[in-house]
Design a protein around this ligand. Sequence first.
Ligand code: UDP
Ligand code: MG
Length: 330
Amino acid sequence: MKGKIIYSIVVPLYNEEAVIEESYKRLKVVMEASKENYEIIFVNDGSFDKTRYMVEAMCKKDEHIKLINFSRNFGHQAAITAGMKEAAGKAIVVIDADLQDPPEVILEMIKKWKQGYEVVYGRRSKREGESFFKKFTAKIFYRLLRRMTSIDIPVDAGDFRLIDRKVCDALNSLPEKNRYVRGLVSWVGYKQTFVEFKRQERFAGESKYPLRKMIKLAFDGITAFSYTPMTVVGGLGGVIFSVGLISTLYILIKNLLLHSHVLSLSLIMAVNFIMFGLMFISIGIIGQYIGRVSDEAKNRPLYIIDSKIKGEDKMKEYEVEENLKNDEVS
Ligand code: UDP
Ligand code: MG
């Protein structure tokens, strides 16, 4: 590879055999158009389809490619983190493999970076080909998170973004385990701006984000940047305690003065159900925080790398062959 790497493109992959070739083709065209040196870092997050072998074959033909293979599926955020650690460029772009984030937008991001912005995130002006449920929950979640935290986490933006080397180094120095990368990028600060884009339909294959993973990501975002849920739980305890106290006094006084029994047994049972429900919800919320504290204490690595493969410089071999041929002629 000639010269210093200017751009590192990080692409997480989980069972993406249906999209990887098209994704690579489009990325390649865009990065060649930048006319600067680049690397594409594919992070294979424990795929069990042909993804790994397809990228390995690409590595044989293209010196710009690096491949990191995880030992198992560690999740999208871990994959992005590994790619950022490996990145050597002056600007690092994270992009999904399924072409929902159009690679062509990278050139717009580069323009903004050259104007001096250190973070350029992609804001989804429209989302195509996604279910009403996904769009609705995402919309509510981004706005809720924004209200809960004092950090300026942009709404309607995923992990598709360009970050400067400085920002990448800052992120790499953060040791936390349950990473909500888009929040961490806001947390580190620096000069930030956005470019708008239409989020496309997945090129092929199915979403690798089932509801379970979406909920985990949402909780990672909330617990990492806000104590509001615990404040709400505390407030709820206060309100329930006050209501309990006032009604007890009311019943006691009424019983003493009027010798009457105000509450029926069924009402007491119904209230009990509500109380127990609230208690378990509260314990669950606190558990989300405690679980993450426990993850930090265990201090396990975020992911385990099985192997790293670097693209081979076939051009050089080609040049050597050409030289040999020329020698034979002369
Ligand atoms: N991904 C990953 N590990 C996972 C799940 C997803 O590396 O456990 C990758 C996936 O291959 C894709 C990106 O993360 O490049 C976003 O996933 P997907 O497109 O399935 O999510 P959606 O767009 O449906 O939210
Ligand atoms: Mg997608």
